[in-house]
Design a protein around this ligand. Sequence first.
Ligand code: UDP
Length: 510
Amino acid sequence: MDGSSNHISDPNKAHIILIPFMAQGHMIPMVDVAHLLASSGAVVTFITTPVNAARIRPIIDRIENSHLPVRFIQIPFPSADAGLPAGCENVDLISSPDLFKPFIEALSLFGEQVKHYLTTTNPTDVPADCIIFDSMNYWVGAVAESLDIPHIIFYGPSCFYILSTHLLKKHQVLKSIDDDYELFKVPELPEPVEVMKAQVMRWMDRPGWEKVSEEYYKTEKSACGVVMNTFEELEMSGLDKFRKEIGKKVWPIGPLSLANKDMDSKAMRGKASSIDTRLLLSWLDSKAPNSVMFVSFGSLSRNPISQLVQIGQGLESASSSQSSFLWVVKEADKSEEVENWLSEFEERTKGRGMVIRGWAPQAMILGHVAVGGFMTHCGWNSTLEAIAAGVVMATWPRFGDQFMNERLVVDVLRIGVAVGAKVPIFFVDKMSEEAMVKGEEVRKVVEKVMAGGEEGEERRKRARELGEKARKALEKGGSSFENLKRIIQFAEGENKHLERGLIKPLSLFL
Ligand code: UDP
């Protein structure tokens, strides 16, 4: 795309810079934000790194061919300066626990480079009206303030989780609890649920992270608004409460996955699919409606072979009259041993089950009528994608926001059944014996989620109704659709007052 073309440099349009965090669960929704804002009348600049840009190349090509005013800018990630292996530019490329901290610290160096880029002027530049940044980019506050660019925070997780973290901090709850596995209620949460300290303690609030956490909270404070991947009708009371707590404008604009309307754009979200999508679709087409349990644990959570075997046993022993399964075994879980075991497993479950090795076109799969259940780690994107598709869930949280998302799905929305995982496991750590889930538990939950009966039917009905509301939220006149317009109006309002930071086009375009 020619960066100087009118639709990209139109000075009458709000110009919004997007800065995602480098993890699949953060990049994917931000690409959708770019698409939606550009379709709603803004000019968008999307800042990323070379490795991440290469992954989403098909989406970039597609957006460019559609002539939407989005330009993608690559800024090198300082992997070497931070002591990371070359090319380690995404959280899913962190191969050992001791590289997580250097990766997070490298973000601050990356911020310096972004600042340099934003301050290097060019006569054909378009002024930036505001920055929408992923909350994990803790460095943005200082950079945006020094350039006098308004910055809006984008939270990847549910409002339910973000509100909980604010309430736990406000009441200093975790400091007063000694037992990591004692159940307690999150104070002031409109829909009260019980959780354990071990399940909600954030890594950035642990000793050793003081500098990052100080910057994170400062940036959160200085942001002039909040964008969230949720929708009013899903989290109404939580959003009302959160608006009061944070005292800023809060714009829910999800479910972002619904920005992808046709099969191709659903199939290419995040990364190229590891399976031929026509083959996959014909397998799904051959199954009865609501008969397939889709099993996938997002982009980060790993399963050692012992856990994979238990999952396999559970899927194989679940009543075959009720369900088929489609199981994603990710690249990071693969080994020769796993492959040997899997090929025998596939032989035994031929016809009834399919295993995808690597990256699955999840949004496409969840939207297929054959899919009747989703065993998920409760990452918020996956959870919301299931909600948008009206699919019930078997919940198996691992870390971060996932335990709170499980409570929302199981206790509040009542569209899921818990597998029963209690002990958190951070994605880079070795899975402990206590964190493992036995095949028998997997079998029980698959049968329960896929079952008919009054309870199962009621669960499905609730899920279908939420799916309907989700779709309406992004249709013309819907709550998320209107919020997108409000964000653009806000940016245009800022535009009237000041000539802000300039961005450099042409030479750095992908
Ligand atoms: N995803 C996908 N294919 C895969 C694995 C993940 O398309 O094989 C997508 C999924 O649809 C979601 C994102 O990757 O949009 C994962 O985000 P989530 O918040 O669910 O979990 P995380 O990976 O951050 O733990």
